[in-house]
Design a protein around this ligand. Structure first.
Ligand SMILES: Cc1cc2nc3c(=O)[nH]c(=O)nc-3n(C[C@H](O)[C@H](O)[C@H](O)COP(=O)(O)O)c2cc1C
Length: 372
């Protein structure tokens, strides 16, 4: 092991920390990163096992977003977690990560309106809280990019079926050997479409008031924590993101209410994308996200454009318990060691984010290989 850089001498960023029943080896988390390399049935294999195990020195890995059902899918070659074959495929990854001493949660995903009939079963129109189209957004289909369509508003009596799909997927994740699950309620996908007044125009018990808009998320938390011990469950939120054309005229009370409602479940963590995903950390019109940290009873995981300096500052000022890095993990499998020793980071090749099989996926070198 190389010597730590003087910069990190007094931080606890690289020290073990307790997350529910798990002692994580450090406070650094690998963010969920869609890499679109599963097969057409959403089955991951050896390739994913190699990729994740290369990154197992993260205190915790959150898997790429994983479809809970065929209806939940919005991007080609994204993995699923509702069939036997998908469960078997994921077992390769969980075993490979565990063999290296790592921990991995699976991110549960339903894209809602961010899909396309070409990707939906039977060419169906994608579903959403309301028939509001995401503007200026493209779906990546087998025939290349296509504009998103206007989604179909879910009937009230369809919603319990979707909540059941989350529970089924959570069960499958358990069978696949994950250490826990993260409910994806961020980045403009289905659950955030319910939370946000830009996309939720419903007049039934799932729309209108804050209590109604947060209802499905609380129901999903309830369903998933019946499958998993709540200390093995986290939730991802992005109150200020504009990703996938999402937005809310006044997000602060919505998210404070949500936190108050989920607190009794005792989740392990909230995972907060601070600002606009991959963009500004403090966009205009935002609110102080530390309010969520103080309102929530579990750990606070912070993400978005973190650097080593920002992470050190967040720990020094106790602004976050865990720091989550996305893009840096794509191109630096040994990110933790590089941050600890102050080594330079390899920049990622954006052309292979969502394509390229092995290239740009499992061929990024560790420091030793760079030096050698
Ligand atoms: C290639 C790529 C794929 C992503 N896939 C997901 C995903 O599957 N689920 C999710 O919640 N966020 C996803 N994100 C967002 C990241 O988790 C993270 O929030 C974002 O990159 C900001 O963190 P960073 O500045 O450390 O990269 C993705 C981002 C990138 C660049």
């Amino acid at each position: 092991m190389n010597a730590p850089s003087p910069k990190v001498a007094s931080t606890d960023l690289f020290d073990p920390v307790q997350l529910g029943p798990y002692t994580l080896s450090n406070r650094i988390v690998m963010a969920p990163l869609t890499r679109s390399r599963a097969d057409d049935q959403g089955v991951p294999g050896e390739l994913q096992a190699t990729y994740y195990s290369q990154r197992a020195s993260a205190g915790l890995i959150v898997s790429e977003a994983t479809n809970i059902s065929a209806q939940g899918k919005g991007y080609i070659r994204t993995p699923g977690i509702w069939t036997k074959e998908q469960v078997e495929g994921w077992k390769l990854t969980t075993k490979a990560v565990h063999d290296k001493g790592g921990k991995i949660f699976l991110q549960l995903w339903h894209v809602g309106r961010v899909s396309h009939p070409d990707i939906q079963p039977g060419g169906a129109i994608p579903v959403a809280p309301s028939a509001v189209r995401a503007e200026n957004q493209q779906a990546y289909t087998y025939e290349g990019f296509k504009p998103l369509v206007t989604p179909r508003a879910l009937e009230t009596d369809e919603i319990p079926g979707i909540v059941k799909d989350y529970a089924h997927a959570a069960e499958c994740a358990k069978e696949a050997g994950f250490d826990g699950v993260e409910i994806h309620s961020a980045n403009g996908y289905l659950l955030q479409q319910f939370l946000s007044d830009k996309t939720n125009k419903r007049t039934d018990r799932y729309g209108g008031s804050i209590e109604n808009r947060t209802r499905i998320v609380v129901e999903v938390v309830d369903a998933v924590t019946k499958v998993w011990d709540s200390k093995r469950v986290g939730i991802r939120l992005s109150p200020l993101t504009k990703f996938a054309d999402i937005g809310d005229s006044n997000p602060e009370p919505v998210y404070l209410s949500l936190i108050e409602q989920i607190n009794p479940y005792g989740l392990a963590y909230i995972h907060v994308i601070e600002g606009d995903t991959q963009g500004e950390r403090q966009p205009a019109g935002g609110f102080d996200l530390q309010k969520l940290r103080h309102a929530f009873k579990g750990l606070y995981m912070a993400n978005n454009n973190y650097t080593l300096d920002l992470a050190l500052e967040a720990r020094a000022k106790n602004l976050a318990d865990l720091i989550c890095f996305g893009r840096p993990f794509i191109s630096n499998p040994d990110l933790v060691e590089r941050l600890r020793t102050g080594a330079p980071l390899t920049p990622p090749d954006t052309n292979t984010f969502y394509a390229g099989d092995e290239k740009g996926y499992i061929d990024y070198p560790t420091m030793d290989r760079l030096a050698g």
